[in-house]
Design a protein. Structure first.
Length: 130
């Protein structure tokens, strides 16, 4: 069943092309109005985001070569960006989950559960308006 949410723009940052493909298919099946951009490199994603005024939902893998999700998050925050940020990962490392909680980042397991993501987005929208 498709969600009739407002227009949604999602960025996926993941070096695993099969995982990115699956996440895209799940999102397309769930959201009526969705734009998806994907990057295999955190650096390329940050370059893309620089200067953009459009708001995105970021789904970032933790375990990537060159720049892992934690390094991406640090650079992202240092640039002062304010998009909705989620780790979407297959990591089963409990330290990753705890570190995400301490850093106030939602930790989602692959494969993506789109209805759970919608609930998180809607609850964070309410938090931003209070």
């Amino acid at each position: 069943m498709k969600s009739s949410n407002k227009d949604t723009s999602v960025i996926i940052v993941d070096d695993d092309t099969m995982s990115t493909f699956l996440t895209k298919e799940i999102l397309i099946d769930y959201f009526e109005n969705i734009r998806i951009h994907s990057f295999t490199s955190g650096e390329d994603c940050l370059k893309y985001l620089t200067g953009k005024v459009e708001k995105f939902i970021l789904l970032v893998d933790i375990n990537m070569p060159e720049m892992n999700g934690w390094e991406f998050l640090d650079l992202y925050r240092n640039l002062g960006m304010k998009h909705k940020f989620f780790f979407l990962t297959s990591s089963i490392n409990d330290d990753d989950r705890k570190r995400a909680e301490k850093g106030h980042v939602c930790f989602l397991n692959k494969p993506l559960n789109p209805s759970f993501l919608v609930d998180l987005i809607n609850s964070s929208d309410k938090d931003e308006n209070t």
